[in-house]
Design a protein around this ligand. Structure first.
Ligand code: DAH
Length: 341
């Protein structure tokens, strides 16, 4: 093959290979192959000295021109690759403003807080204001003033966390009745929400921590009928439908008479279903007429005033309403549970 043909072939080869370079690495190895010290052009140059004198100059010029041509191919391909890479980067980074946005994660109130607020709202509508009492109580407020006799077995009804001999974690919200009556005179219409603590074995039905809300109404001439109508109105609002109530005689030291109050099942209206375990009734709360000894303890005249009180567990109220079967769910902070409310 004549040297001219070889030069022509090298030109075509270089053009093809440079065009097909896909990255800097390809470019570099092609550059070595064509323009390197032992490359294609160099080896063609080496043949010049052995040419006839009249061709030396011409072939030299041709090879120099080819060298420049190849160099400019490289430059072109390099800048083309750079442009392509920049475009790819831009495409990858591009923001699609037509995509739906990501919702920020909002926290919300715990179902217990939601329910307490709902209950307080309903009771406010019936004229009840809110009082809060301490979680750390003395024996006197938690028991004594509430007519639990010293060493009376009634104190065993509630497994108490004692802090000292006389300081304890309140086992119910009833002591807030005493605080309220000590600082105010009748008429009194208050509700008293809060945490309560009992040293109980933890299982699906009981937990060492729970919430209660207590209601208290004291005035001249308050009757058991007032208790019934208040609970009826309150529970119908809470369950969102008319309910029937059932009062079962019971015992609490701070009320006389005392009752446990059942409400007709909000789901089946008393026909029987899984929520009420086919009984048609849900056991909801304790209630009664304030015991005269409680009035005496706070300095009210039991001959002048009468009153009713009731207390109920918030977790139980929520469990009944939503068909929840394990009280521990309220305290485990599993978002899959909490997010449902
Ligand atoms: N304190 C009682 C308990 O925790 C509940 C209760 C019963 C409260 C009757 C009352 C009441 O105010 O009148 O078991």
């Amino acid at each position: 093959m004549s040297l001219r043909n070889e030069i022509e072939l090298a030109r075509q080869q270089a053009r093809e290979e440079i065009t097909s370079c896909a990255d800097d690495k390809d470019i570099e190895s092609a550059r070595v192959k064509f323009l390197g010290r032992k490359g294609v052009i160099a080896s063609l140059m080496k043949q010049i000295p052995s040419l006839p004198p009249d061709e030396k100059r011409e072939i030299g010029l041709l090879l120099n021109a080819l060298k420049e041509e190849i160099a400019s191919h490289f430059a072109e391909r390099s800048s083309q690759l750079e442009k392509e890479a920049a475009q790819a980067r831009q495409a990858a980074e591009q923001i699609d403003i037509t995509l739906p946005g990501r919702k920020p994660l909002h926290g919300k109130k715990h179902i217990i807080t939601q329910t307490l607020e709902e209950i307080i709202d309903i009771l406010a509508y019936h004229g009840f204001t809110v009082e809060y009492g301490p979680e750390l109580e003395t024996d006197y407020y938690n028991f004594g003033a509430l007519n639990f006799p010293q060493d009376h077995p009634a104190r065993d009804m509630q497994d108490t966390f004692y802090i000292t001999d006389t300081l304890l974690l309140r086992t119910h919200t009833s002591p807030t009745q005493i605080h309220t009556m000590e600082k105010r005179q009748p008429p009194i219409r208050v509700c008293m929400p809060g945490k309560c603590f009992r040293n109980e074995a933890i299982n699906a039905r009981s937990y060492i921590l729970f919430h209660q809300i207590e209601g208290l109404y004291v005035d001249e001439g308050v009757t058991f009928g007032d208790l019934k109508s208040t609970l009826y109105a309150f529970l119908s609002s809470y369950f969102g439908r008319e309910v029937s109530l059932r009062f079962r005689p019971s015992y609490f030291p701070f009320t006389e008479p005392s009752a446990e109050v059942d409400v007709s099942c909000f789901l089946c209206s008393g026909k029987g279903c899984s929520v009420c375990k086919n009984s048609g009734w849900l056991e909801l709360l304790g209630a009664g007429m304030v015991h005269p000894n409680v009035f005496k303890a706070v300095g009210y005249d039991p001959e002048k005033y009468t009153g009713f009180a009731w207390g109920m567990g918030i977790e139980r109220l929520i469990m009944q309403k939503y068909g929840i079967d394990d009280i521990r769910l309220f305290f485990e902070n599993d978002l899959r549970f909490l997010e449902q409310f």
